[in-house]
Write a protein that binds this ligand. Structure first.
Ligand SMILES: C[S@@+](CC[C@H](N)C(=O)[O-])C[C@H]1O[C@@H](n2cnc3c(N)ncnc32)[C@H](O)[C@@H]1O
Length: 499
């Protein structure tokens, strides 16, 4: 039996995360790290230790979780929260509206919720909400509480965000206390019941990009747990890729402005003949006067009240925003150079940027993409190594290393990298496409057909943009790529028939 299987079972049982067979090497890397840190002789000895030692299990879990996140990820969700759900809830309830970021990682999601609400309703909204963040990984909760972020957390390109950060000497960005103190972060396991008192009775739950690492049974279990702590009339947001497979009869699916989310309808009490008798929690009569905050909220909708800030803070904010804008401008120029195939010029700009911002991972990624195009494979590997040293689960580094391995005809390594990329983001069509290509060259027709099929579906439903790379030189229209996938599938089918 594969020595990794008992670890896989243990991890699934304890935190829900499942390592499919093609991602087992990622689990193995984490186990090996712990074996050398504990000076044990090997897997068997470590399995004994981790099975009986809660602290060691936590250390392993801290290593295996994927914490990919950034501010205002899937921005449309924050729009629906602020423009639709909050006015509805503020109008009905007089108490606090409780919001949970479940699987909050390093805190960007929970802070994005607070910042969006303050942008819309003004700082006064803080007295009407409570925001919580929970994650199983102790390291990310520590980072969330510290609230200091590097460039990689700012991918949404939203200048307004910078108002809420202070530039530090180490070139990172510290969240202002007004926001940092507005979220309560805790270590917690979504699989383990009962949930602590503070995490029950939620009105809105953000549970995004967490379930992708779970098997169907765990997905259903955790969704049920979350719906149990959701108040009647509450909502759960999942990422757009996770939404549909949670439509399993636990909550009902609703749509607002093309955003789908789950809704808990008011529970009805049944009489003996299974007919509705009365709702357990009667909704507020429509004639009841709106609460004071609801009125403030409606006013705010027209003109959001500015957050009062001292002049020095405003000057500081402008300086920070200016510096970030400058970095952004240089980055955009480097990207434009790459698009125009002025590769050396692009690299020179990126190098200048990295000398000042050594944690600007997108800049490294751009450099690596340009180097691939120059066929400088060793240099690409080196730059990707730097990315992975800062962010072990970086999608772009996996994709680029996969491409380098594919060009070098190192099929096993290429498969490993593209499977790793899909573990990080299952909807990256480019990784599926490359996998299909490699399977085909290895005469694995079923694998190739499957992967082209998935790439095709992703291209049809999500478009070409979701390729995962900062600089992607392909200038095909999506229709051409779709055609290519169909053509390849057909080709494989006819070869298969002949064979
Ligand atoms: C990819 S991050 C998602 C972050 C954020 N929700 C977002 O969408 O950007 C997934 C997070 O889920 C956490 N996680 C995984 N299993 C968990 C569990 N059983 N209980 C709590 N958190 C869990 C991981 O530690 C990780 O930080």
């Amino acid at each position: 039996m594969n020595i990794l299987m008992p670890f896989r079972t243990l991890i699934k049982e304890k935190c829900g995360v499942t390592f499919k067979s093609d991602a087992l090497h990622l689990l193995e890397a984490s186990i090996n790290k712990r074996i050398s840190a504990t000076n044990l002789s090997g897997h068997e000895e470590y399995l004994k230790m981790v099975s009986g030692d809660e602290e060691e299990l936590h250390r392993l879990i801290d290593l295996i979780t994927i914490n990919e996140t950034y501010f205002l990820r899937e921005r449309q969700h924050f729009g629906v929260l602020c423009d639709t759900l909050m006015p509805e809830m503020l109008g009905k309830a007089s108490g606090k509206i409780r919001i949970l970021s479940a699987g909050c990682s390093t805190g960007e999601e929970a802070y994005s919720i607070l910042i969006s609400l303050i942008e819309k309703y003004g700082a006064g909204i803080k007295s009407r909400i409570e925001i919580y963040g929970v994650d199983i990984d102790r390291n990310v909760i520590k980072t969330a509480k510290e609230a200091v972020y590097g460039n990689n957390s700012f991918r949404s390109d939203e200048p307004m965000l910078m108002k809420y950060f202070e530039r530090r000497k180490d070139k990172r960005y510290g969240l202002v206390p007004m926001i940092r103190e507005g979220v309560d972060f805790r270590v917690g396991n979504l699989l383990r019941l009962p949930y602590p008192e503070a995490l029950r009775d939620m009105d809105i739950i953000f549970y995004r990009n967490v379930s992708i690492y779970f098997d169907r049974d765990v997905q259903k279990l955790i969704f049920q747990n979350l719906s149990n702590i959701l108040n009647p009339e509450g909502y759960i947001f999942l990422s757009s890729t996770e939404t549909y497979y949670h439509n399993v009869g636990i909550l009902s699916l609703k749509e607002y402005n093309n955003v789908f989310l789950y809704h808990k309808k008011i529970e009805m009490e049944f009489d003996d003949r299974r007919k509705y008798k009365k709702p357990l929690l009667p909704p507020q009569p429509s004639s009841s006067p709106p609460s004071l905050l609801a009125i403030t909220a409606q006013k705010a909708e027209r003109s959001p009240p500015p957050v009062a800030r001292p002049k020095s803070a405003i000057a500081e904010e402008r300086a920070i925003a200016g510096e970030r804008r400058d970095a952004r401008v240089i980055f955009d120029e480097a990207l434009a150079d790459a698009m125009q195939k002025k590769y050396r010029q692009s690299i020179a700009k990126v190098d200048a940027l990295l000398a000042v911002y050594p944690d600007f991972l997108k800049a490294y990624a751009l450099k690596a993409s340009v180097l691939v195009n120059l066929q400088e494979l060793e240099a690409t590997r080196e730059v990707c190594g730097k990315i992975l040293a800062q962010d072990e689960w970086n999608l772009e580094a996996h994709l680029l290393l996969g491409i380098v391995a594919k060009i070098s005809e190192e099929h096993d390594e290429a498969l490993r990298m593209f499977k790793g990329a899909l573990y990080i983001n299952a909807t990256c069509w480019l990784a599926h496409f490359y996998l299909a290509d490699i399977y085909f060259s290895l005469h694995d027709v079923l694998g190739a057909q499957r992967e082209y099929g998935i790439a095709l579906k992703l291209l049809e439903t999500r478009g070409i943009e979701d390729h995962g790379l900062t600089y992607f030189p392909l200038s095909f229209p999506v229709e051409q790529l779709i055609h290519l996938c169909r053509h390849n599938i057909e080709n494989i089918r006819s070869l298969h028939k002949k064979g």
